[in-house]
Design a protein around this ligand. Structure first.
Ligand code: ARG
Length: 399
């Protein structure tokens, strides 16, 4: 009996060609595995296609709930944004895909795992670091890195092997989509001196053409997790889906950036992530109300590190687990409601409320109810400013 290989399958040309190429080149039986992390597609069609193009078995796993519960909620807790702009949805999903592959590989007694990533991107790293962390015994096959085929070669190969080739005008872009966002790369996007081509966007309207009336949306949080929209409780997968639609209609969540990849390449990236943009805006805002100053400031340092290590694919590592534990502790008081205004591409938190609020009106007010004893500030500043005063006196003014 031939050895088996579990391939992360998308139903696209690359991974369809990969099924045949792996079987021919390595003499293994290929099991195709598609994982649904919230890209709206015909998964039954994808499953059947996997079989048609030569997989001995073709499987689909619905991992949307797990993606929300285990990955998106943690991203929210850590306000995850790589290089201040990218909410890292692809980076968040890859470890889950790889984990599912490992699970299936063990179930089916496979000796190999494979993915369709090229040798130039981050995704190969995220897949393979996860395989290594979870199942170092498995052999890794990376066809797109090994076969040296151009797109034309791939199409020829597909035709020779009876693999359906996309008809009509092929999309000029390469995209990756899940619940938390959609990325668009390649084609004209590769010239960073040009404005993003309008046809790259699918989830968001052009902010210039967004409605002239703002829309207000109220998001409820419990321990840092969004649990309701406009007062209606709903599960996270649905909540994110609804915010993607609402935000997209107002042009919210378009990102246009130059990004530093882990492999050293700078790349021009477009992202659309309406729900993530709105939720992170609301979540940061709620934190500003309920977290004490020192925790809030310290947390920012760990957010930066967390974002980097998730982007780098280091999900199944002790540091990620440890920072998550810190984040989880900080999220205990993060409950309440935040109202966000959606208007012409922008999502802005405009009002917030929480039982855990640390905002004290009688301390903050300049009105009659003021109880803050202003006379104690004098002594505070004297001691707080003492080091600056001493340095100036001894060494002169520092400028
Ligand atoms: N640059 C982004 C990242 O590294 C997006 C990657 C999209 N992946 C893809 N296979 N199209 O996370």
């Amino acid at each position: 009996m031939a050895e088996k290989c579990v391939l992360a399958y998308s139903g696209g040309l690359d991974t369809s060609v990969a099924i045949r190429w792996i079987a021919e080149t390595y003499g293994v039986d290929v099991i195709a595995l598609a994982v649904d992390v919230g890209e709206e597609r015909d998964y039954e069609g994808i499953r059947r296609k996997g079989e048609q193009v030569g997989a001995v078995e073709s499987l689909v796993v619905d991992a949307k709930q797990e993606f929300f519960d285990e990955h998106i909620t943690r991203a929210i807790a850590a306000n995850l944004t790589y290089e201040r702009k990218y909410v890292a949805f692809t980076a968040l999903a890859r470890p889950l895909l790889a984990k599912e592959q490992v699970r299936v590989a063990r179930e089916k007694g496979a000796t190999h795992v494979a993915h369709g990533c090229t040798g130039k991107g981050n995704d190969q790293v995220r897949f393979e670091v996860t395989y290594a962390a979870l199942a170092p015994e498995l052999e890794i096959i990376a066809p797109a890195r090994e076969w040296g085929m151009t797109r034309e070669d791939e199409i020829d190969y597909a035709k020779e092997h009876g693999i359906p080739v996309p008809v009509g005008k092929d999309s000029p872009y390469s995209t990756d989509t899940n619940l938390w966002g959609r990325s668009i790369e390649c084609g004209r996007i590769e010239d960073p001196s040009l404005e993003a081509p309008e046809d790259a966007w699918e989830w968001t309207v052009n902010p210039l053409e967004a409605p002239d009336e703002p829309e207000y949306v109220t998001i409820g949080f419990e321990q840092g997790v969004p649990v309701s929209l406009g007062g209606e409780r709903m599960d996270g997968v649905r909540l994110v889906g609804e915010l993607n639609a609402l935000g997209g209609a107002h042009g919210v969540g378009r990102v246009n950036m130059i990004e530093n990849r882990l492999v050293g390449i700078k790349s021009r990236e477009l992202y659309e992530c309406p729900a993530a943009t709105i939720i992170l805006e609301a979540h940061r805002d709620l934190e500003s109300l309920v977290l004490d100053r020192e925790t809030a400031h310290f947390k920012q340092h760990l957010e930066l590190k967390y974002s980097e290590l998730v982007y780098y694919g280091l999900w199944f590592t002790p540091l990620r687990v440890a920072i998550d534990a810190f984040m989880a502790q900080t999220q205990k008081p993060v409950g309440g409601e935040v109202t966000v205004r959606l208007y012409k591409g922008r999502a802005e938190a405009v009002a917030r409320e929480s039982d855990e609020s640390l905002y004290d009106f009688s301390l903050a007010t300049y009105g009659e109810e003021d109880i803050f004893d202003q006379s104690s500030s004098r002594g505070f500043i004297e001691i707080f400013g003492l080091p600056a005063k001493v340095v100036s006196m001894i060494r002169g003014v520092q400028e």
